[in-house]
Ligand binder design. Structure first.
Ligand code: ZN
Length: 178
């Protein structure tokens, strides 16, 4: 990974095209990667989120951070994650730090396992249910360019239309204003 100024990493918003690209596997488990994860955890905390994936800070890497408990010891990092053995179906409301003011019902597996690596490249395998399984699935979606608005039903599609249009207009203004 090229050297860059990680303190400048910031959360990007829909419809930034970087949110739509499939991210590349992480190959180097180095200090650079740890610095990126630490900065992402900080951005997630500042935004009062429970999860943040690398594409949400404009990095095309298969990596996400999360904290399901809100406790200081609850920080977790998953590198090159795969969701396996999804079971059951549950619908619940989700938001996304990259889509401000949008909350929609999303159907996901109620429980699943995740296979990944930690920041040292060691293999992790965990089982989770409910909120934890939901965060794993939401963040892994980000690594494949998938957003909650791709998974919402027709009612939410109508309810969120104006907010999404406003975000699209804001993105155009920001892009052309430079
Ligand atoms: Zn999200």
């Amino acid at each position: 990974m090229a050297k860059r100024h990680h303190e400048q990493l910031a959360i990007i918003h829909y419809p930034d095209p970087r949110l739509r690209r499939a991210a590349d596997p992480v190959r180097h488990f180095d200090g650079e990667l740890a610095t990126v994860a630490e900065r992402m955890l900080q951005l997630m905390r500042d935004a009062k989120g429970v999860g943040l994936a690398a594409p949400q800070v404009g990095l095309g890497l298969r990596l996400f951070v999360m904290n399901a408990t809100g406790e200081p010891g609850g920080d977790e990092v998953f590198v090159n994650p795969e969701i396996v053995d999804p079971q059951g179906q549950r619908e619940a409301e989700e938001g996304c730090l990259s889509i401000p003011d949008v909350h929609v019902q999303v159907r996901r597996a109620q429980r699943c396992r995740i296979v990944a690596h930690d920041l040292q490249g060691r293999r992790i395998e965990k089982s989770g249910a409910d909120l934890v399984a939901r965060i794993w699935q939401h963040e892994t979606d980000h690594l494949n360019g998938v957003l909650i608005i791709d998974r919402m039903g027709p009612g939410d599609r109508i309810a969120t239309r104006n907010t999404l249009r406003e975000l699209e207009a804001r993105f155009v203004r920001k892009s052309t204003g430079r």
